[in-house]
Design a protein around this ligand. Structure first.
Ligand code: WTA
Length: 585
């Protein structure tokens, strides 16, 4: 560590000189704001239509395109292969208008579900925002998903349309006959749309660039995202237009967006971070955003920061660890001096990551932020004006009441570990789990929203992540449900039963590990394991397959036949096994 960075770390605290930020932070005086701020104070950050109506897409694009930012660059899209495309707010306005007209012409109705299943590209942003303009519910889908994952999502939501590309559409076709309500398959880059397909190119060319963004009730839905829980298939987390208030506020207060910033969020639009902070929030603040195509590649990432003059960077701990592992010589080859402030989300950020950044990015630490698909925006965070405690998630956003509670909703004394819970009522909170009230109610207990995470609070009011209270796996920051992986595994003919857990991993946070009982007649081999991995990848998703597979004779189950993942995990990690009274005898 250099002298410069060690100066900034005092007793585990990273203090910051405000000069480093170069601009006055948008949030000053946290200690006062936490006492005085009311949510209605944030309403003026967005534009409303008469009668209290709103549309998040109007705030994200139209208000800038029709105002002083019309010619400002909204999107710098770098495909990672040498081609860079720029869209001004005015161009983004016209393109999203065209797409809204395409949907209207197809007969897509208010609050119909439209899936956006695209690789990173300008069309991804255009179709996502255009769908919201046209008063449908936009649902982005991660491009690594396979046919089973696609079917589960489109079926559960009764989607009427999917926007996809010539490559990904093949996976849609594998399950299309199981999706009776899917009327329109819109294909982006095909020269001649096949029978029954809608050609994006032809329809966009024919569509008008004028569209009246639909006025919505703030409680109507703007987007939904499927996410994984402990049990069952992925569930549709639904977000209302009102959420844009908090998505804008946090982009200002937490990510510190200023007019002159160039901002880059590395998350894919298939995940909530990409939706909220790689599209909606930053554009609502009117900043220029970078979109980068291609896979993770350190040289390309640093080059993008240099070439586009990126000043705010939002990424994830696994990416930070991967960059660290590649060494410091690579970043030193690039001019990264435009960076002002760095953030991370999705899994615990190791203190080493915070400190590494101080060395490599000229004394700028990573600020850890905490939130979830369900919360719709950042709720707990390290703010630019505050010292950072490396390893801590920071403090609650003004307006957010966060606490550590027991199973009865009782607030635990400072320092104790327990359930991280939030008092319901923040504007960007999920409004429902699609068609599953029981699931929604599981989160809401004793007057609290239970996050599923466990945490503790220190004597300075900083929150520290402890772990998940359930079986949800975070692998490379991506959220995977063990049930989905188990379901895919047992579809393989060699597998009779499967139990899946997350196993801690230095680089990826966790890896997916499967324990399988083989069908009689099959025997364990490396080839079989490889084939099983390939099988799960092709059905479910490229990222959601077990990197480790153990063949076992039996799996621990409760008397009612449920696999006890907790026990598998304890055995794997050499932890105490705890209460086994419900174990099958
Ligand atoms: C985890 C991502 C530790 C946590 C925006 C949470 C974190 C889940 C952090 C939500 C953090 C998110 N430190 N863990 N700063 N941020 N998580 O829905 O377990 O993909 O419940 O949303 O990620 O994941 P999701």
């Amino acid at each position: 560590m250099t002298d410069q960075s060690s100066e900034l770390i005092h007793g585990g605290l990273v203090t910051k000189s405000l000069d480093q930020l170069r601009l006055e932070p948008n949030l000053r005086g946290y200690d006062e704001l936490i006492k005085t701020f009311k949510w209605s104070d944030a309403d003026s950050l967005v534009e409303w239509f008469p009668g209290g109506k709103i549309n998040s897409a109007h705030n994200v694009v139209d208000r800038h395109a029709l105002g002083e930012r019309a010619d400002k660059v909204a999107l710098i899209y770098d495909d990672g292969e040498g081609s860079v495309q720029k869209l001004t707010f005015r161009q983004l306005y016209e393109e999203t208008n065209r797409f809204a007209n395409v949907l209207s012409k197809l007969g897509v109705k208010r609050q119909d579900r439209v899936f956006v299943f695209l690789q990173r590209s300008p069309e991804l942003y255009v179709s996502f925002i255009g769908t919201i303009k046209a008063c449908a519910i936009a649902s982005p889908m991660f491009p690594a998903f396979g046919p089973d994952a696609i079917r589960d999502r489109l079926l559960d939501s009764s989607a009427v349309a999917v926007v996809t590309d010539a490559e990904l559409v093949k996976r849609v076709y594998q399950v299309k006959n199981q999706l009776p309500e899917l009327k329109h398959v819109i294909v982006v880059d095909e020269a001649d749309a096949a029978a029954g397909e809608v050609s994006y190119r032809d329809e966009m060319k024919a569509a008008s660039a004028e569209f009246q963004t639909v006025h919505m009730d703030p409680e109507e839905f703007q987007f939904m995202l499927y996410t994984s829980g402990t049990t069952g298939k992925p569930k549709g987390v639904v977000h209302a237009h009102k959420g844009i208030v908090q998505q804008t506020l946090t982009s200002r207060w937490v990510l510190d967006m200023h007019e002159e910033d160039v901002y880059w969020c590395t998350a894919d639009l298939g995940w909530v971070t990409g939706v909220v902070y790689g599209c909606l929030g930053p554009w609502s603040c009117g900043v220029t955003q970078v979109g980068l195509g291609g896979r993770f590649n350190p040289e390309m990432w640093y080059r993008a920061i240099q070439d586009h003059g990126i000043s705010i960077w939002y990424t994830a701990p696994t990416a930070v660890r991967m960059l660290m592992a590649k060494g410091d010589d690579i970043p030193r080859k690039y001019d990264l001096s435009r960076l002002r402030v760095l953030y991370s989300v999705g899994e615990p950020l190791n203190p080493e990551g915070v400190k590494w950044a101080l060395d490599v990015f000229d004394s700028k630490p990573f600020h850890d932020t905490w939130w979830q698909t369900e919360t719709g925006s950042i709720l707990i965070t390290n703010f630019p004006e505050m010292p950072i405690k490396p390893g801590s998630m920071g403090k609650p956003l003004p307006g957010v009441e966060a606490a550590i509670v027991d199973e009865d909703g009782k607030i635990l004394p400072q320092g104790e570990e327990g359930n991280l819970a939030i008092r319901p009522g923040w504007p960007s909170m999920m409004r429902q789990i699609w068609k599953n009230e029981a699931k929604y109610n599981e989160y809401m207990r004793n007057g609290w929203y239970y996050t599923g995470d466990t945490a503790q609070i220190d004597s300075d009011g900083y929150f520290w992540y402890v772990g998940r209270a359930d079986d949800v796996i975070k692998t490379s920051g991506e959220r995977v449900g063990p049930f989905e992986v188990e379901s895919a595994l047992i579809e393989h003919e060699a597998i009779a039963e499967a139990g899946v857990i997350g196993k801690p991993d230095q680089l990826r946070g966790n890896i997916i590990k499967a324990f399988v009982v083989l069908t009689p007649g099959f025997s364990e081999s490396d080839e079989l394991k490889k084939e099983i991995q390939k099988f799960v990848k092709s059905k479910l998703a490229g990222h959601a397959y077990p990197r480790e597979i153990d063949v076992v004779e039996t799996l621990p189950k409760t008397r009612s036949g449920k696999i006890m993942r907790r026990l598998l995990r304890a055995q794997e990690l050499g932890l105490p096994v705890g209460d086994t009274s419900t174990l099958e005898g």
